[in-house]
Design a protein around this ligand. Structure first.
Ligand code: HEC
Length: 255
């Protein structure tokens, strides 16, 4: 049993490594890796792709779109992975715009993908599909602001005269996830949070809020000063500009 598990993990690790190589060799000439969502939106909505001049959807776009649109994202993960991999393999061999899952406003900027039939093996497709499946979450994790536990955050807030930014979320909340992908990874947001705030994230489906706090909504953002005084308690999701304004507002309320 142990050995089987170890082998399985080994195979996954191999896939992850090979997947990246396959991507670099066979897909990267057209599909760029990670570009932040705000840049992508600006490029497609305001500039008709003249800003970035992309030749194909980026990997974070692909990863997010395919996972969201194919099968049941909240169902069994192994099955979902297989469904997404099947779509990718089929698309790479037989590209067909009718079957595309990307937004029309994005697709209209691109030529149809040429078929890679005969240029990529079944194993390579399997490996690259795993890489694409995991890509979106990995880049979000890598670029996101870092969260601390509440007790430690309170101590730090006292020592460093900072404000606690408490994000109230649940794992399945769509708008929490959307903000994680589109706002909490933006450089200006991360920089500002790291300079003047300590960030805490609490999943209210599993954990109670500290200080007897209540939140009706996910996400909610509660700002708490070093003396445990609540400065602001805001339900709702925000875009980058509005969230930066909220952070400035919280700073103004700090004494
Ligand atoms: C020569 C350029 C080129 C190469 C190389 C290329 N692609 Fe594409 N790909 C595109 C373009 C352009 C699109 C968007 C238009 C379309 O769907 O035909 C696309 C679309 C896709 C889609 C469908 C997206 C959707 O909206 O459903 C998938 C999946 C995909 N590519 C995977 C891959 C993988 C995996 C590789 C590498 C093994 C790869 N592509 C290599 C140009 C390329």
């Amino acid at each position: 049993m142990r050995i089987a598990l170890a082998m399985l993990l080994y195979v996954y690790a191999l896939y992850a490594m090979e997947g990246k190589e396959v991507y670099e060799k066979k897909c990267a000439s057209c599909h760029q890796g990670y570009i932040p969502m705000s840049k992508l939106k600006e490029n497609f909505q305001d500039y008709n792709n003249t800003l970035l001049k992309l030749t194909a959807p980026t990997l974070n776009q692909l990863s997010y779109r395919l996972k969201k649109s194919i099968g049941d994202p909240k169902g069994d993960n192994e099955i979902h992975r297989m469904e997404v991999a099947a779509f990718i393999s089929e698309y790479v061999l037989n590209p067909d715009r009718q079957k595309s899952l990307c937004l029309d406003e994005v697709m209209q900027s691109f030529e149809t993908m040429p078929s890679l039939k005969g240029k990529v093996s079944e194993e390579e497709l399997e490996a690259v599909s795993t890489y694409i499946y995991d890509f979106d979450e990995k880049v979000v994790e890598k670029n996101s602001v870092q969260y601390e536990g509440f007790e430690k955050a309170l101590q730090k807030a006292k020592n460093e005269h900072k404000i606690i930014m408490l994000k109230v979320m649940t794992k399945d909340c769509y708008y929490c996830r959307k903000m994680d992908r589109e706002v909490m990874v933006e450089k200006e947001v991360v920089d500002m949070l790291e300079k003047d705030f300590i960030s805490v994230a609490i999943d209210i489906s599993t954990t109670e809020l500290p200080l007897g706090l209540k939140a009706e909504f996910t996400p909610s953002f509660i700002f708490i000063d070093e003396n445990s005084k609540v400065l602001m308690n805001l339900p709702g999701a925000w875009n980058k500009m509005d969230f930066l304004d909220i952070l400035r507002e919280a700073k103004k309320k700090q004494r």
